[in-house]
Write a protein that binds this ligand. Structure first.
Ligand code: NAP
Length: 482
């Protein structure tokens, strides 16, 4: 479907996300013809910009991300952008926004279609949703809303936010965005699992020993200490990205590839999510906080971080499901700041089988999501000219020319919002399960704080705290990526 008529309103139009991700992504969709003659974008924020100034900013954003680009195209694209100075907490400002949206709707024949994008601090999401409703900003065509992460900070606040949004939008029109679901290798998980007998036939509790998901960041919190203090690694990374990845790894095969069937299969799995006891949390979960080095601050010394902060910059743990192909199999995760290197990957560790050679290695299936994209399977073979067994990798990699074609996650997901495909967005019923689980862990860690048990400290630029090597079910398990 091309040339979709729509007026899009971006709350936070002067922010970092809009500049680095949304404007370049929209330009690519414009170049593909998905949005062309009948769209307008209203950027809103408090600062007193003009339409022209916003257009310059959008043009800069495109030049920063595109090496070769037609200036005519850029100018034609930015001519669709309008700026409205708007404080989201001021009810009266919504009337001016509504009038501009209506005027642009008429000018661009946008057929009453609206997309609202909440690209600002999450504490404003509820306020914006409430005023979209009480100031009647929705129109006569389709009305969709895109909500950035985090969606709430626990189950209760997520429920409240959801009520505020559902006052104006049906569940099918709410696009809770998780940019990990737009990543090429994350989108590769289901095809890999369901089109290869070689993989599908071993992807079960009989053959998989454990699954490991690592989302490692090299950087510390930098200037984001203020935000991070309200979040921590568990809420920032596990509640959304890690749970989404694990759901794709553990869900049963959907009946078809429609959004409805995929969400149904995910839900079937998530209804069987095992909620750990406090004892199990003590045994299988670890939280950590990075220390400083000669040249870097420790977390507690970062700007806007409390001196006695107990916020975790590292979290590791275990997730199990009662249903699905890997029911009962431990799925371990780790994520944190100031790892040795940036790497997002999944390791599926297969069980050993008895064999006449004795010393064979386990077969592992590894999916590297970032920074490079690859899949490899470790297999055993004969050592050349001796009778020993050696381990080799079967690699699935991408040519440079293919890598250059991989769209950014935001481009893919914005495309899906325009064409109304919610497959790669988080459904409310999924989110509820994620928060129930996260709340349990947060409660347990809160009890630990009260009892004087704080996050373990870890040295920067290694693999997180050593304590995370002790979370496994058995002594024969260990992190594959080490
Ligand atoms: P940001 O750079 O701090 O931008 C915040 C925006 O909100 C600015 O445009 C700011 O402009 C506006 N704003 C603040 N208070 C306002 C008010 N009362 N009324 C109207 N506008 C107001 O934040 P960001 O990094 O773009 O992040 C936005 C969202 O995206 C967050 O939910 C974040 O978690 C999510 N996200 C961001 C990234 C990223 O790479 N940046 C990645 C993933 C997710 P004024 O000061 O002029 O009002």
């Amino acid at each position: 479907m091309n040339n979709i008529p729509v007026v899009m309103i971006i709350f936070g139009g002067s922010g970092d996300l809009a500049h680095r991700k949304l404007y370049p992504a929209l330009f690519n969709l414009y170049e593909q013809g998905l949005i062309r003659d009948n769209f307008a974008v209203i950027g809103t924020a408090r600062r007193p910009w003009t339409h022209e100034y916003l257009r310059e900013q959008v043009s800069d954003a495109i030049h920063e991300t595109h090496k070769e680009v037609s200036e005519n195209d850029v100018q034609a694209f930015v001519s669709h952008f309008y700026y409205q100075s708007h404080d989201v907490t001021n009810v009266e400002h919504y009337q001016a926004l509504k009038e501009l949206a209506q005027e642009l709707d008429d000018r661009y024949s946008a057929q009453g279609n609206r997309i609202f994008y909440m690209a600002m601090a999450p504490r404003f999401f509820g306020t914006i949703a409430t005023h979209i409703n009480d100031q009647h900003l929705t129109s006569t065509g389709f009305n969709r809303i895109v909500v950035e992460k985090p969606f709430g900070r626990d189950l209760a606040s997520a429920e409240k936010l959801n009520q505020q949004i559902t006052a104006s939008f049906a569940e099918d029109d709410i696009f809770r965005i998780d940019h990990y679901l737009g990543k090429e290798m994350v989108q590769n998980i289901l095809p890999l699992r369901f089109t290869n007998p070689l993989i599908k036939n071993v992807w079960n509790s009989d053959n998989v020993k454990n699954i490991q998901v690592t989302l490692a960041e090299r950087l510390g919190v930098e200037a984001r200490g203020g935000y991070y203090e309200t979040s921590g690694a568990l809420r920032d990374m596990v509640q959304n990205h890690i749970f989404q990845i694990i759901t794709l790894l553990a869900m049963p095969q959907p009946t078809d590839l429609t959004a409805k069937s995929i969400h149904q299969a995910k839900q079937e799995l998530l209804d069987s999510l095992v909620m750990p006891t406090k004892e199990e949390i003590d045994q299988h979960f670890v939280r950590g906080q990075y220390l400083g080095s000669d040249t870097t601050f420790g977390y507690k010394q970062e700007p806007n971080v409390a001196e006695d902060s107990t916020t975790e910059t590292f979290a590791a743990g275990q997730i199990k499901f009662q249903k699905g192909p890997v029911a009962g199999v431990p799925i371990y995760f780790r994520t944190g700041k100031e790892f040795r290197e940036k790497e997002s990957r999944i390791d599926i560790v297969l069980k050993h089988m008895s064999n006449p050679y004795g010393q064979a290695h386990s077969n592992n299936i590894t999916i590297v999501i970032d920074p490079q994209m690859e899949i490899y399977i470790t297999i055993n073979g004969k050592k050349i000219s001796t009778s020993g067994i050696r381990r080799e990798n079967l690699d699935y990699t991408f040519a440079k020319s293919e890598l250059a074609q991989v769209p950014d996650g935001y481009e893919r997901l914005l495309h899906d919002v325009f064409v109304n495909d919610s497959t790669n967005f988080t459904h409310w019923s999924e989110l509820k399960n994620y928060w129930k689980f996260i709340d349990l862990i947060e409660d347990a860690w809160h009890q630990d704080n009260q009892a004087g048990k704080k996050p373990v400290e870890y040295l920067p630029y290694r693999m997180g705290p050593k304590a995370a090597d002790q979370i496994f079910d058995s002594a024969t398990e260990h992190w594959i990526y080490d």
